[in-house]
Design a binder for this molecule. Structure first.
Ligand code: ADP
Ligand code: MG
Length: 678
C-alpha cells in the first residue's frame, strides 16, 4: 500500500499526549482552616499518592502515575524546561504544539501559564516561550527567515471574543475551510518583531480578559483562554526554491474544572452555567472517545473549544496537559476527579508532522509582495531619470508617455492596498491637474513630483513588509535576553539532575531486586508460610484498593449524573420560557410555517432559516435603511406579497396577507422565497 508504514514524515510521528501534574502549596485559606496535606509527590517514579481523608479503616492511598510530577517547591523555570521546552523546540521545526492547563479553580492554571510579572523567576510558560522563540531566531543562520505572529482569544459561554480586538463586545464566528481547516473569522493577528512585542500583546489580552470578566460579573474561572503563536520559517531548498515551514503553538488556560455549585441554578446564571460546561464536558467526551478506541465518532464539533483544538487532541500536534491540583484534604474530591481526567488523557495518541508550505503561510506571500514592490520601484526610478532628460519632447511622445504612466499607476493602486487615503488623494489631484489645460512644462513638473512621492510610498510599503520578516541571527530579545539566559542555564542544570536521578533510580531498583531474591530463598517450610502470608497481605491490599476505586467511580458517576440532570432541568425551564414567549407573540400558523422552513445544520450546530432575508425583522431593517437614505421621492417597493407581517395587521385588519395562504390556511411563501439562494 502506498504511504503505509515506511513514510513516517507524511503520516507523522505517533506519540501519546504527555500529561504532568503540578501541586501548588497550601494557600492562606487552607492553612487558616487547618487543612491537612493529603498528597505525596514521588518525583522519582512520577507518581502522585493521595490519601482519602474520609478513608474507611484499611483503605490504602491511591496512586496515579504520569509523565512527570511537580512538587510544591518546583520552580516556574523547571516547569518550563521539563514540559514546554521540548514542545516549543518542535514548533520551531514546523510542528504544531499545544499546552493545556487543566484543574479546579485556584489550583495554579493561570500561575503556570502566565505567572507573575514581578520577577523573571516567576514568569509562566507563555512569556518563557517568547524568550525561547526569539533566542532561537537569534542563533539561527542568516539564510533563514522568520515570521512570528500571535492571536489571543477567549471562549466564554460558547462565544468567542478577540482579546486583542478593538471592540470587546464583538463575538466572532468559528469557520472551516477545506484548505486551512478550522479558524476564527476576523480574529486579529499581530505580526511581532521581538519578545517585548509579544509581551505587550499578552498584557493587553490579559487586561481585556479581566475587564470582560468584571463587566459580565463573573470570574475568569469560567472562560477558556487560547494564546496562539505561529512561527513561520523559510529556507532556500536544494531545488532553489524557498520552502516555508509553519508551527502553531496553542497555549490554553482552561476554565475551572469544578462542577457548578447547585445554589447558582437560577435564570441567566444558569444559562451561563449550562453553556460553560459544554466546552469542558465536550473536551472530556472527546478524550473518552479517543481513548476508548471503540467509538468511531469523536464529538469535536459539539463545542467551540474542541473544534478549535481538534488538531491538538488525537491529531497533528505535540500536546502536553498540565493538571494542577491543590494538596488540601478539603479539595480531595475535585483533586481525584482531576487526576482521573488527566490519567485518561495520557492514552490519547497524536500524529504530528512538519507543516510544509501550508496554504495560510504569510511569509511566502510577503516575500512575493516585496519582490513586486522592488520591481515597481526600479521602474519608477528609471522613469524619473527619463522624465528629467526629456524636457524637449514632441507633443506626441509626451502623450504616449502620459498614457503609459497612467496605466502603471492604475496597476499600482490595485497592488498597494495598504496605502492610505492621503496618497490616493494626492494622486487624484495630480490626475486632475493633468487634464487641465496647462503647458507641457508644468505638467512635467507635476508628473515628476508625483512619481517621486509614489516612489516614496512604494519604498515605505516595502520597508514595512521587510520589517515584518525576521532574519536568522538578529538579536530580537531586548529585555527578554536575561530570561533566555535564565532558561538556558536551568536547562543544563536540569539535564545533570535528571542523570543523577536516573542513576539513583537504577540503584534502588537493583536493591529491590536483590531483596526479592533473598525473600524467595525459603530455608524452611516456616519461611515459605511467612512468604505466603506476606503475599496474601499484598493481594488483600490490592483488593481493598480495587474496592475503593470502584466506590470512587460510582460516586463520581453519581455526581456526574446529578450534574447532567440539573442541566436538563435548567434547559427544560429555559424551554418553557421560550415557549411562553412564542405562544403569546407568534400566531400558530406562522409557527408552523417557520418549522417547515427551518433545518438543522449539523456542520455548524445551528438552526438555519431558509430565505432568512425575507423574514419580518430583516425586511423591516431593509425598509428602515431605505427610508433613511435620501431617495425619499422614490416610491417604496410594494412588499406586501413577500413581507409576512402580522404586527401591522391591527391597523389594516390584515392578520395574514391573503395571497400567501396555502390550502391548509397556513401561509405559503411565494416563489420569490424559494428562488432566493441561501
Ligand atoms: P487558577 O488559574 O487555576 O484558578 P491561579 O493560577 O489563579 O489559579 O492560582 C491561585 C493562587 O495560587 C494565585 O494567587 C497564585 O499566585 C497561587 N499559586 C498557584 N500555584 C502556585 C505555586 N505553584 N506556587 C505559589 N503560588 C501559587
Ligand atoms: Mg485562572
Amino acid at each position: 500500500m502506498p504511504g503505509s508504514g515506511d513514510n513516517t514524515t507524511e503520516l507523522g510521528e505517533v506519540e501519546n499526549v504527555r500529561v504532568v501534574v503540578r501541586v501548588r502549596p497550601l494557600n492562606g485559606k487552607e492553612l487558616d482552616g487547618h487543612c491537612k496535606n493529603v498528597t505525596i509527590v514521588d518525583a522519582l517514579n512520577s507518581e502522585i499518592i493521595i490519601e482519602n481523608p474520609n478513608a474507611v479503616h484499611g483503605e490504602p492511598p491511591k496512586v496515579f502515575s504520569f509523565d512527570a510530577v511537580f512538587d510544591t517547591d518546583s520552580t516556574q523555570v523547571d516547569i518550563y524546561n521539563e514540559t514546554a521546552r521540548p514542545i516549543v523546540d518542535k514548533v520551531l521545526q514546523g510542528y504544531n504544539g499545544t499546552i493545556l492547563a487543566y484543574g479546579q479553580t485556584g489550583t495554579g492554571k493561570t500561575y503556570t501559564m502566565s505567572g507573575a510579572k514581578t520577577s523573571p523567576q516567576l514568569r509562566g510558560i507563555i512569556p518563557n516561550t517568547f524568550a525561547h522563540i526569539f533566542g532561537h531566531i537569534a542563533k539561527a543562520d542568516e539564510n533563514q527567515k522568520f515570521l512570528v505572529r500571535a492571536t489571543y482569544l477567549e471562549i466564554y459561554n460558547e462565544e468567542v471574543r478577540d482579546l486583542l480586538g478593538k471592540d470587546q463586545n464583538t463575538r466572532l464566528e468559528v469557520k472551516e475551510r477545506p484548505d486551512i481547516g478550522v479558524f476564527v473569522k476576523d480574529l486579529s493577528g499581530y505580526v511581532v518583531n521581538n519578545a517585548d512585542d509579544l509581551d505587550r500583546i499578552m498584557t493587553l489580552g490579559n487586561k481585556n480578559r479581566v475587564v470582560g470578566a468584571t463587566a459580565m460579573n463573573v470570574s475568569s474561572s469560567r472562560s477558556h483562554a487560547i494564546f496562539t503563536i505561529t512561527v513561520e520559517s523559510s529556507q532556500l531548498g536544494e531545488d532553489g526554491e524557498q520552502h516555508v515551514k509553519m508551527g502553531k503553538l496553542h497555549l490554553v488556560d482552561l476554565a475551572g474544572s469544578e462542577r457548578q455549585s447547585k445554589t447558582k441554578a437560577s435564570g441567566v446564571r444558569l444559562r451561563e452555567a449550562t453553556k460553560i460546561n459544554l466546552s469542558l464536558s465536550t473536551l472530556g467526551n472527546v478524550i473518552s472517545a479517543l481513548v476508548d478506541g471503540q467509538s468511531s465518532h469523536v464529538p469535536y464539533r459539539n463545542s467551540k473549544l474542541t473544534r478549535l483544538l481538534q488538531d491538538s487532541l488525537g491529531g497533528n500536534s505535540k500536546t502536553l496537559m498540565c493538571a494542577n491540583i491543590s494538596p488540601a484534604d478539603m479539595n480531595y474530591d475535585e483533586t481525584i476527579s482531576t487526576l482521573r481526567y488527566a490519567n485518561r488523557a495520557k492514552n490519547i495518541k497524536n500524529r504530528a508532522r512538519i507543516n510544509e508550505d501550508p496554504k495560510d503561510a504569510l511569509l511566502r506571500q510577503f516575500q512575493v509582495e516585496i519582490e513586486q514592490l522592488r520591481k515597481q520601484l526600479e521602474e519608477n526610478c528609471a522613469e524619473i531619470s527619463e522624465s528629467e532628460g526629456e524636457t524637449e519632447d514632441s507633443e506626441e511622445n509626451v502623450e504616449m508617455r502620459r498614457e503609459r504612466k497612467a496605466r502603471q499607476r492604475r496597476s499600482q493602486i490595485l497592488t498597494m492596498n495598504e496605502l492610505d487615503d492621503r496618497d490616493i488623494e494626492s494622486r487624484e489631484k495630480a490626475d486632475k491637474a493633468e487634464k487641465d489645460n496647462k503647458s507641457p512644462d508644468d505638467k512635467d513638473v507635476i508628473e515628476l513630483k508625483r512619481t517621486q512621492s509614489e516612489k516614496e510610498a512604494l519604498r515605505e510599503k516595502m520597508q514595512n513588509l521587510q520589517n515584518k520578516i525576521l532574519v536568522g541571527g538578529e538579536n530580537l530579545l531586548e529585555k527578554a535576553e536575561a530570561q533566555e539566559h535564565l532558561l538556558a542555564a536551568a536547562a543544563v542544570e536540569l539535564e545533570q539532575r535528571k542523570s543523577r536521578e536516573e542513576q539513583l533510580k537504577k540503584a534502588i531498583e537493583e536493591k529491590e531486586a536483590e531483596r526479592i531474591d533473598i525473600e524467595e530463598l525459603y530455608s524452611s517450610l516456616q519461611d515459605a508460610a511467612a512468604g505466603k502470608t506476606k503475599k496474601l497481605a499484598r493481594v488483600y491490599t490490592m483488593l481493598l484498593q480495587a474496592k475503593a476505586e470502584l466506590s470512587d467511580l460510582q460516586q463520581e458517576h453519581q455526581r456526574e449524573m446529578e450534574g447532567l440532570l440539573e442541566g436538563v432541568r435548567g434547559i427544560g425551564r429555559e424551554l418553557q420560557l421560550q415557549e411562553l414567549i412564542l405562544h403569546n407573540y407568534i400566531p400558530v400558523q406562522y409557527q408552523t410555517m417557520i418549522e417547515r422552513y427551518v433545518h438543522w445544520n449539523e456542520d455548524i450546530g445551528e438552526w438555519q432559516l431558509k430565505c432568512v432575508a425575507y423574514t419580518g425583522n430583516n425586511m423591516r431593517k431593509a425598509q428602515v435603511t431605505t427610508a433613511i437614505g435620501n431617495n425619499k421621492d422614490q416610491p417604496q417597493p410594494d412588499l406586501s406579497n413577500i413581507y409576512l407581517s402580522y404586527n401591522t395587521g391591527a391597523e389594516n385588519n390584515l392578520v395574514q396577507p391573503r395571497k400567501l395562504r396555502g390550502r391548509s390556511g397556513v401561509p405559503r411563501p411565494t416563489t420569490a422565497h424559494r428562488r432566493t439562494p441561501q
